[in-house]
Write a protein that binds this ligand. Structure first.
Ligand code: SF4
Length: 217
């Protein structure tokens, strides 16, 4: 399949191409299209998570599920508000399709390495158009995909400058993760939110004409 992603001239054209992608389905992965993307380009911040959730798939928009609501609470703690979602902060994931549930479980299946490779070209095209100055990596899979290997305790609370961008890792907020049960890990999260707040104050455009989040596709 020729994805043609790097040739997309605008984010709308790229989103149209992403929404039409069925690569993983054609390879037999139990995903549930359509692919979900959300945001305008350019944007100073970009959020990269793992994959859309069941709630996202049902509602037709990424970052709608319970874990995402906790994440959005962290963004609010850093000073962002709902008008920033999809505008100041472009919102995407390593894979754009809901991967389905783990067999026999009520938790989501993690996208396989092959699916992530399939979707990498789309992520690269998003980065090329969004041109974020700060990339927020949400969860260990996103962190491990983008940054050199390191323990989560070394990643959370720190920032990493690579290729002219700053990467800021956050832990996953899913109830399935026990990492945040530890007091010292929660302190690292607070440190990460503090760093994100500093970056927001330094980078956020002075004046942005916001429209309703619901008008952003
Ligand atoms: S996960 Fe990505 S590569 Fe796979 S079908 Fe969805 S959009 Fe295409």
């Amino acid at each position: 399949m020729n994805l043609q992603a790097p040739d997309a001239a605008t984010i709308d054209v790229l989103h149209e191409r992403i929404r039409a992608c069925r690569r993983c389905e054609l390879q037999g992965f139990p995903i549930s299209p359509p692919p979900l993307v959300f945001g305008r380009a350019p944007a100073p911040f970009m959020l990269i998570g793992q994959a859309p959730s069941l709630t996202d798939w049902r509602e037709g928009r990424i970052y709608k599920g319970p874990a995402a609501q906790k994440l959005i609470g962290w963004l609010r703690d850093a000073g962002f508000d709902d008008r920033d979602l999809g505008r100041t902060v472009y919102m995407t994931a390593l894979t754009k399709c809901f991967p389905g549930r783990q067999p026999g479980k009520s938790t989501d299946r993690a996208p396989s390495a092959r699916e992530r490779t399939n979707c990498r070209e789309w992520l690269g095209a998003e980065l090329a158009l969004v041109q974020p100055r700060v990339v927020i990596l949400f969860g260990k899979m996103a962190i491990d995909t983008i940054l050199p290997a390191m323990p989560l305790t070394d990643a959370i609370g720190n920032t990493f400058d690579l290729g002219g961008r700053t990467y800021l890792p956050l832990p996953h907020s899913s109830g399935a993760s026990t990492w945040l049960n530890d007091d010292s890990n929660r302190a690292l999260l607070a440190q990460a939110i503090g760093r994100l707040s500093d970056l927001r104050r330094a980078i956020r455009p002075a004046q942005t004409q916001f429209t309703s989040v619901e008008n952003i596709t």
